[in-house]
Design a protein around this ligand. Structure first.
Ligand code: PMP
Length: 325
């Protein structure tokens, strides 16, 4: 029998899927790690579980405790599911510029959602900083702190990286993915580079983020935005991303992302979110640079269902000058 144990046991070990038309068009193998098949629906289930597990092992999180996080999306969803599975309370701080769909989903999952004004990271009232202060003030609470808690990248070093290595028989040429906290890119990079330093690690960046410039020049200068992507791009180099070997970076416009997501929806049956669109458009750029015959792996981070009022709302896109053609 091949059985997984409960919610936690269902996290990870996702399939690696060949994107048929993108592979045919580039002459490369474009392979996507199906993170949308995690039980909470995204790549962030891995980080959520590793952060909670580390806190349990360290003795910081005890039965009946509370997990607090500042998050606008998938990390909160993963944490809320795991809190239910393991008997913790969950408090999520979110900036007030987020869609109602996300708030409703977190509340359905049983999280207490606290909406706070949208202010820059350096402001003490920033949602992440408020989450940290609240956790400090509450007995039995931990702050997950996904941006700077290294249990996040450890999740990908211990699970995603080895899975990709095994699923490709160690034959991949490049790994390309976008960065929010950087946990995925840095954990996978550390594992793959230890196995084979010649695997090329490429950061895919949306517009309005400073990470493309960080990789290209060493200085994190913001590019011209904004972008409608959610969960990716950053204005700073987090502790999770710091000291990571990254060989190159590519920028992807929102139009290229929208065209990719709709092409895959209409022609191949896939329903992906915006970060996956950025990743696949970037994987095609990398394939074109490398030429035919290479194996390129990227992340299929989540599906499109959370983005129906924005990415999958054609009038909303048209108001922003974006076409689904
Ligand atoms: N895609 C989606 C949909 C996400 O929610 C996130 C996490 N914010 C990412 C990609 C980026 O992953 P990471 O935080 O590991 O860089």
């Amino acid at each position: 029998m091949d059985i997984r144990e409960g919610f936690i046991g269902a996290i990870g070990d996702t399939p690696l899927i060949r994107l048929s038309k993108l592979s045919a068009a580039t002459g490369c193998e474009i392979l996507g790690k199906a993170e949308f098949l995690n039980p909470g629906g995204s790549v962030k289930d891995r980080a959520a579980w590793w952060m909670i597990r580390e806190a349990e092992v360290a003795g910081d999180l005890k039965p009946g405790g509370t997990v607090v996080e500042g998050t606008a999306g998938n990390t909160g969803i993963g944490i809320a599911h795991i809190c239910n599975a393991r008997g913790y309370s969950c408090v999520i701080y979110m900036p007030d510029n987020q869609s109602q769909e996300k708030i409703d989903l977190l509340e359905t999952l049983g999280a207490e959602v606290r909406i706070v004004p949208t202010v820059p990271y350096k402001d003490p009232m920033n949602y992440q900083k408020q989450a940290g202060r609240f956790a400090d003030s509450l007995d039995g609470a931990i702050w997950a702190n996904q941006f700077d808690n290294l249990a996040n990248r450890l999740a990908h070093f211990e699970s995603t990286g080895p899975e990709i290595w095994r699923q490709t028989d160690g034959r991949l040429d490049a790994f390309v993915t976008s960065v929010g906290t950087g946990g995925t890119l840095s954990g996978v990079s550390r594992y793959l580079k230890a196995e084979n330093p010649n695997v090329s690690i490429v950061l895919a960046d949306p517009m309005g983020s400073a990470l493309y410039s960080y990789v290209k020049t060493g200085t994190a200068d913001m590019s011209k935005g904004p972008s409608i992507t959610e969960g990716i791009g950053n204005s700073r180099v987090t502790d999770n991303l710091a000291d990571t070997q990254i060989d190159d970076a590519v920028q992807v416009t929102d139009q290229a992302m929208v065209s990719m997501v709709y092409q895959l929806l209409r022609d191949e049956g896939w329903f992906f979110g915006s970060s996956t669109g950025i990743n696949l458009a970037a994987a095609v750029q990398v394939a074109e640079r490398l030429g035919p015959g290479h194996i390129i792996v990227t992340m299929l981070c989540d599906d499109g269902s959370k983005y129906r009022s924005r990415l999958f709302n054609e009038p909303w896109l048209a108001e922003r000058g974006l076409s689904t053609a």
